[in-house]
Design a protein around this ligand. Structure first.
Ligand code: SAM
Length: 289
């Protein structure tokens, strides 16, 4: 796979083999060559409402919690940290549009970032083929928020686009300029990183998550072994919070949580996670679209 992705780049740049291109990269490589390699190496597969349950959790639990705790500020910052061609941030934005009557006067900001300039351009265009639109997008949301344009493509509406700021960002860089977020989606990217990189990225993310914020990772991803600052929610092992999260019950703290590979102890009040709401187990939350 590596060769089939990189051979065309070597050819384009006039190298007669991958080895000669590798030698050139060890010097001071042309930054356009590096960009070409990054574009060729990234895996951009995504879809609207991918895996569905994180979006149900976001809509049914996390947003309601934020409405209570951010009720005075009426401000919510969401980071979609590897947004690919935009289906993930647009899915979040459509859920916010659907719920907006319940949030009068609120300011929602979605920052969607990716390392690939090409994929960011695609995301910014908000233009999807019939095949892409059909993958995960409920038909009523397609008809409500998209218009059909030429070549059987679907164009997302400007009102949804306005909620999202797309920008280039490499997860390995300092996150200082990004600020703090209430909810972070960083899904299906960490699994491509080695252990040291996961440690570095998750350590930084933990610092940029509000103390009572939520981090959502992909199904095959975890913080376990990479940061001590975050822990998974019992019954929601793809949602992570600070170990001092105000609503994490004493007996659900890291030493008893899945991220420490310990069985979850049932709490005195059953399996409720938070004092003010409880997340339903993910296997039972799937909504039919
Ligand atoms: C498989 S897609 C996941 C998209 C979306 N989060 C989802 O779950 O459907 C992975 C994305 O991560 C991006 N990516 C890879 N390495 C990155 C890095 N170091 N910094 C930022 N984005 C990166 C890729 O360009 C790609 O668009």
């Amino acid at each position: 796979m590596l060769e089939s992705r990189l051979n065309p780049i070597a050819k384009k740049w006039g190298y007669n083999s991958l080895e000669t291109m590798t030698i050139a990269l060890q010097g001071v490589p042309d930054k356009n060559l590096v960009t070409d390699i990054v574009e060729a190496m990234t895996t951009n597969d995504t879809s609207f409402f991918r895996d569905r349950h994180p979006f149900d959790t976001f809509k049914n639990d996390l947003m309601r919690y934020m409405r209570e705790t951010r009720g005075k500020k009426k401000n919510l910052r969401i980071w979609c940290a590897a947004s690919s061609s935009g289906q993930e941030p647009y899915s979040i934005a459509m859920l916010l549009k659907e719920a907006e009557v319940e949030y009068p006067g609120w300011n929602f900001e979605i920052v969607a970032t990716d390392i690939s300039h090409d994929i960011l351009d695609q995301a910014r265009s908000g233009l999807y083929t019939q095949f892409e639109a059909q993958r995960g997008l409920p038909v009523q949301l397609l008809l409500k928020y998209f218009t059909q344009v030429e070549n059987q493509k679907w164009q997302i509406g400007q009102d949804v686009k306005n909620l999202i700021k797309f920008q280039y960002f490499n997860l390995l860089d300092s996150m200082t300029s990004l600020g703090t977020f209430d909810i972070i989606f960083c899904r299906n990217v960490l699994l491509h990183f080695d252990k040291a990189t996961k440690r570095k990225v998750l350590g930084q993310i933990a610092q940029h998550l509000a103390p009572d914020g939520y981090l959502l990772l992909g199904e095959a991803e975890s913080v376990s072994g990479f940061t001590d600052s975050l822990t998974s929610l019992p019954d929601h092992d793809d949602v992570f919070v600070s170990k001092d999260h105000p609503h994490l019950k004493a007996d659900d703290r890291p030493e008893n949580s899945r991220s420490s590979a310990q069985p979850i102890k049932p709490s005195a009040t059953g399996n409720a996670i938070h004092s003010r709401f409880s997340l339903s187990p993910k296997k039972n939350t799937t909504t039919k679209s």
